[in-house]
Design a protein around this ligand. Structure first.
Ligand code: ZN
Ligand code: ZN
Length: 337
């Protein structure tokens, strides 16, 4: 089968691998769609995602497809089931797993990070990470369940009330998903910041498709007002500083954007004290796949509206090295090779 293998850092090679045989507890998936994101770019460069990716490895942690084979002890799936795959595999044995915080698992493994992912025609995964799809959820939508489930986890960590006003700092795919999710959770007014306020078409997209109530200039040092909920969805130090400043008294700041491991930002500790701020981190997606799929199926969120490019396998090195820049890319695996 065709597979895109990260054979060394900063290089993918199209290789012919043997089709995997599912182990006892595994299902074999014929991959339909794979989403790619900044985490793949980090792994490509040798930076950590949820864990380190050690070559040779097949990336692809945002996967959907059809079950084509099942291992002997698999009980929940049949050949022909349409599924989305949660990449994160918990050990169920460590203290974090046993205290209902599996995202902090000390033995975390992940499809497309520590074991082969979806940038290949067939991928084998434990049945516990496969989720059946309702008929009205497309494979393209389903491949975006993973990023949406991470956003749902972030919002779940906040105390959301309908009267709140929120701002999302950063208008990339993740920021856009946050606007949609905060609205779906009942936040009354959601603002998004952009560096392209002069691009009328883009601002119109942020309002009409993404659903932002207001669009503001990301470069502003001082917004007109303070916000009850601030989501940092960029991961750079300047925006992290801006996030703390934008929070109202009693505000909650969600630090969602992924910075580099050595990155630091400066913050006034007096401001955290005096405004009684909560500054919250958010890591991966503990059991939020069901919620994400349900929101897509109910038509509350359609992440496929936010996809800006369908990539081919031959273009993946250009995408991962940053030569191709786009808001959100997916691969239709049948058509990708
Ligand atoms: Zn991702
Ligand atoms: Zn664990």
């Amino acid at each position: 089968m065709n597979a895109l293998v990260l054979d060394k850092m900063n290089h993918l090679e199209l290789e012919n691998l043997e089709k995997p045989t599912p182990k006892n507890n595994e299902v074999l998936i014929k991959v339909a769609y794979v989403g790619v994101c900044g985490t793949d770019k980090a792994l490509y460069q040798g930076l950590p995602g949820s864990a380190d990716a050690v070559p040779p490895i097949v990336l692809g942690h945002e996967d959907s497809g059809t079950v084509v084979e099942i291992g002997e002890s698999v009980t929940n799936f049949e050949v022909g089931d349409r599924v989305a795959i949660d990449p994160n595999i918990y050990c169920h044995k460590c203290d974090f797993c046993r205290t209902n915080r599996p995202e902090l698992c000390t033995n975390l493994s992940a499809v497309g990070v520590t074991r082969n992912g979806g940038l290949e025609e067939y991928v084998a995964v434990p049945e516990e990470v496969a989720y059946k799809l309702p008929d009205n959820v497309s494979f393209k939508q389903a491949a975006l369940t993973e990023p949406l489930s991470c956003v749902v986890h972030g919002v779940d960590l906040l105390a959301i009330k309908p009267f709140q006003e929120a701002i999302v700092l950063g208008d990339g795919f993740t920021g856009q998903l946050f606007v949609k999710t905060l609205k779906a959770y009942g936040v009354s007014k959601v603002t998004i910041s952009t560096r392209h306020l002069d691009d009328e078409k883009h601002v119109d997209f942020l309002k009409k498709v993404v659903g932002a109530d207001e669009v503001v200039d990301a470069r502003s040092n001082d917004f007109d007002k303070d916000y009850d909920v601030v989501v940092e969805a960029v991961g750079s130090a300047d925006v992290q500083e801006q996030a703390v400043k934008a929070a109202a008294h009693g505000g909650q700041v969600l630090m969602f954007g992924v910075g580099k491991p050595e990155q630091k930002f400066s913050v006034s500790s007096y401001e955290i004290f005096q405004k009684q701020l909560t500054v919250q981190g958010s890591f991966i997606n503990p059991y939020t796949f069901k919620a994400a799929i349900a929101m897509i199926a109910a038509g509350k969120i359609d992440p496929s509206e936010l996809v800006s490019m369908e990539l081919k396998a031959a273009k993946m090195n250009d995408y991962l090295s940053g030569k191709i820049r786009t808001n959100k890319a997916v691969l239709n695996i049948e058509a990708a090779f």
